[in-house]
Design a protein around this ligand. Structure first.
Ligand SMILES: [Mn+2]
Length: 354
């Protein structure tokens, strides 16, 4: 794993600067990669004998990402903060800078670096294709070497880092596939979508969509109660198949841009992103854009392109240009946006303009 910013020293120094007096908070993304990252941080803290976090929050990407959490952190007297799997510098640079002024903060992330970020202290960034959980996992292994004892039981968590690697399509990097194959030796690039980590990753998606309760899914993973994901998966799987069919009948296709656009409102709102992912593997040479209502006023959009010919991070940034209270971005192959409902037409025009 080659880091873009920061190093294992960044992480170990941060750990060494923590004491039992610190009240630690973790802010992480509300998906499998984010949940796994938080679990690994927690395990590392436990391993070096520090108190468990006083606060753990799973955040959804919204404009001014940190606005609502800062009072919470102060309420809980948090002094040190781990941010994982959050495009903190990209989606809310101002809020991120403010957070760093008020709390000892380290960011461990794999979203593209914001060029406007000046202070690069305590930031560990890797490429989009290495998921955040993998970075924390590897830092845990480094902590073992550094402290010369088992701080982080990496064998115990091989299944979870592998599921995150599949969920974030990080297996295309040979090093990451190699790590996954340590735990699942029969997995290959060709059969990865029939592997156990793929099965787990899909069930986590399902449970997140079905329960809309990240803490619940977090507890299931922390205790490895994977059977508890089955009911959710049965329901969500049915819904996914239904909408996949509907997509192929109803989606608009814009040939000049090779874009499929589909606006719909499923019973389980959160299936949108995993539906976009699964459709993008069915149509790897196309750009898949799926929109649905987030609430009465806003629309959430997921964009995917697996070929790498279209950078959907930049595409989303282009499509929200000039729209009020809009945000967009993510990775080159998988990105998202959030816009006001009334701006959907303008969003589509921006999307199709060259
Ligand atoms: Mn991630």
């Amino acid at each position: 794993m080659r880091l873009i910013l920061g190093s294992k020293k960044t992480f170990l120094d941060f750990l060494n600067n923590l004491s039992d007096k610190d009240r630690i908070g973790i802010l992480t993304h509300n998906d499998l990669d984010g949940i796994a990252s938080a679990i690994f941080v927690q395990e590392i803290l436990r391993g070096i004998g520090l108190k468990q976090p006083s606060l753990l929050r799973f955040l959804e990407y919204k404009p001014s990402l940190f606005e609502k959490t800062t009072p919470l952190l102060k309420n809980k007297n948090i002094s040190a903060l781990f941010l994982t799997d959050l495009a903190a510098d990209d989606f809310d640079l101002k809020g991120f800078e403010k957070l760093r002024r008020e709390f000892k903060t380290v960011l461990i992330d794999h979203h593209p670096l914001n060029v406007n970020l000046k202070n690069k202290r305590n930031i560990i960034k890797t490429h989009s294709y290495d998921c955040a959980a993998l970075v924390v996992y590897n830092l845990g292994v480094e902590a073992n070497n550094y402290f010369n004892r088992t701080v982080f039981n990496y064998r115990k968590w091989g299944w979870l880092v592998s599921a995150a690697i599949v969920a974030e399509v990080s297996y295309n990097n040979p090093d990451n596939l190699k790590l996954l194959r340590k735990f699942y030796p029969s997995a290959t690039l060709e059969n990865i979508h029939n592997s156990i980590p793929d099965k787990i990753s899909k069930r986590v998606f399902s449970a997140l969509a079905y329960y809309e309760d990240v803490e619940r899914v977090y507890r299931i993973l922390l205790n490895k109660n994977l059977k508890k994901l089955e009911t959710a998966h049965k329901h969500i799987n049915r819904e996914m198949k239904l909408y996949s069919k509907k997509f192929h009948r109803e989606a608009e296709f814009f040939q000049e841009k090779d874009i499929y656009f589909y606006y719909f409102n499923p019973k389980f709102k959160k299936i949108v992103s995993s539906l976009a992912t699964s459709l993008s593997f069915k149509h790897p040479d196309k750009t898949i854009i799926i929109a649905s209502d987030a609430d009465t006023k806003t629309i959430k959009i997921s964009a995917r392109n697996q070929s790498g010919r279209v950078n959907v991070n930049l595409l989303m940034k282009k499509a929200i240009k000039g729209l009020k209270s809009a945000m967009g971005g993510g990775h080159a192959k998988a990105a998202a946006a959030r816009i006001m409902k009334k701006d959907l037409q303008k969003f589509k025009e921006n999307l199709l303009s060259s």
